[in-house]
Design a protein around this ligand. Structure first.
Ligand code: NDP
Ligand code: 2IT
Length: 449
């Protein structure tokens, strides 16, 4: 980790000592502190008020047992988490992830990133994240429901519309949010916007489902345009085939790009003709199947085992939309060698630090996750507003607000990078712009003696 400012280097060393065995969390903190060096150089007041020391420590970390009964009558036990990272600018806000790889490190890295992302949206939302090591793959609807109900039976004690508002993430979509919301309402006997990503019939927002993928492309479009380029006529590779990837594919295609590859955790499909999104949606959203099916149904497509090979597919624009650290230095080298001009992150922290460095050294336009995937949580913020107003806006109204927010995030990140001496570096710009608003709010609110 190259943290230029001496004080921040010490903050990082403390975080390292205090959080052993948490590589993802340390990776996320290290990247942010690296970017904040020019801020610490100019702002002794923030050092004096302990803002850097406080911002890397979650306000609260909740860990709990989730027991449930499977279809065969066996008792199963998983571990649930909610990190309430920072509430300086609003109630904790962030998704819930259900995946066997979930642990404290993953939840804390996601919660930490979420604070800066939410700040960038300009909406009043603090940062949080949660989930469980439960594996939804191969589970029946009944098992998913019983797990979600048990999970919410404990989580309910810690959340609320003015306290903490969870949403979806990997393994959590409208089905899971519905089961969790039903349980919350059963226990509390109150109808409030305590979760976002709800279905439309009981308070969800139009365009929330599309928002992360659409927002990613709106952001990438801004970045490309600032460099005199666009999606028009470009070949695009998208990893993943979940919520973010599907709607990134839809918008990238609408903006004139041709998506030629998508993946899941078992492998990737290449379709030189352009991915037929209706087939992907049928397999993934309706059948909950595997991507290999696409190659069986579409004659122009081929399936390749293993997901990392997707970065060897030649493209102009790469959109990693699956999971953390899925794009490493080898992937970055393959993309650059094939002439890739832009990478925009849809997943959270999908690129390893050496991959990011390689892109920047090779003048690839690079959009960091906490800026480019903020459209999902921004639209969650719009869902909260609609719930509070007891109103719902049209798809076009929400989409237009989302588009405006993404343009604004690009402008804020680009401006902060310039102001702090690293023009063109959107990683640094997004970290600095996101941080400054939270830091200011923390200064105003004092320290509990
Ligand atoms: P989904 O569960 O809908 O889809 C996840 C996709 O990523 C699937 O194709 C899945 O494949 C693949 N994937 C997951 N884990 C791995 C892994 N360890 N290795 C390889 N592939 C993997 O999740 P989302 O689309 O919602 O989330 C994708 C990413 O976007 C995550 O990083 C998430 O944090 C981030 N994000 C999501 C937002 C949202 O609104 N949903 C907002 C902002 C960021 P398989 O089915 O085989 O597991
Ligand atoms: O990583 C993310 O920003 C999300 N999973 C969305 C969080 C939200 O509260 O909508």
């Amino acid at each position: 980790m190259k943290i230029a400012n001496e004080y921040l280097a010490k903050v990082y060393a403390d975080v390292e000592a205090r959080n052993p065995g948490e590589p993802e969390f340390l990776q996320a903190v290290g990247e942010v502190l690296e970017s904040l060096s020019p801020v610490a150089d100019r702002r002794p007041d923030l050092i004096k008020a302990g803002v850097f020391d406080r911002i890397v420590e979650p306000e609260r970390m909740i860990t709990f047992r989730v027991s449930w009964v499977d279809d065969a009558g066996n008792v199963r036990v998983n571990r649930g988490y909610r990190v309430q990272f920072n509430s300086a600018i609003g109630p904790y806000k962030g998704g819930l992830r259900l995946h066997p790889s979930v642990n404290a490190s993953v939840i804390k890295f996601l919660g930490f990133e979420q604070c800066f992302k939410n700040s960038l949206t300009t909406l009043p939302m603090g940062g949080g994240k949660g989930g469980s090591d439960f594996d939804p793959k191969g589970k029946s609807d009944g098992e998913i429901m019983r797990f979600c109900q048990s999970f919410m039976t404990e989580l309910e004690k810690h959340i609320g519309q003015f306290t903490d508002v969870p949403a979806g993430d990997i393994g959590v979509g409208a089905r899971e949010i519905g089961f969790m919301y039903g349980q919350y309402k059963r226990i509390r006997n109150e109808v409030t916007g305590v979760l976002t990503g709800k279905s439309i019939s009981y308070g969800g927002s139009l365009a929330r489902k599309e928002a992360t993928g659409y927002g990613l492309c709106y952001f990438a479009d801004e970045m490309l345009r600032a460099a005199g380029k666009s999606f028009e006529g470009k070949t695009v590779v998208i990893s993943g085939s979940g919520n973010v990837a599907i709607y990134a594919c839809e918008k990238a295609t609408a903006l004139g790009g041709k998506v030629v590859a998508m993946s899941d955790s078992s492998g990737y499909v290449v379709d030189p003709d352009g991915i037929k999104l209706d087939v992907i949606k049928q397999i993934k959203e309706v059948e909950r199947g595997r991507i290999v099916e696409y190659a069986k149904r579409v004659p122009t497509a081929s399936f390749h085992e293993g997901c990392r090979g997707i970065w060897t597919v030649p493209c102009d624009i790469a959109l990693p939309c699956a999971t953390q650290n899925e794009l490493d230095l080898d992937g970055a080298k393959a993309l650059v060698a094939n002439g890739c001009i832009a990478v925009a992150e849809g997943a959270n922290m999908p690129s390893t630090p050496d991959a990011v460095e390689y892109f920047q050294a090779n003048k690839v336009l690079f959009a960091p996750a906490k800026a480019s995937n903020a459209g999902g949580v921004a639209t969650s913020g719009l869902e909260m507003s609609q719930n509070s107003l007891r109103m719902s806006w049209s798809f076009e109204e929400v989409d237009e607000k989302l588009h405006g927010i993404m343009k604004n995030i690009y402008a804020a990140a680009a401006a902060a990078a310039k102001e702090y001496g690293c023009e063109g570096n959107l990683v640094a710009g997004a970290n600095i712009a996101g941080f400054l608003k939270i830091a200011d709010a923390m200064l105003w609110q004092g320290i509990a003696y």
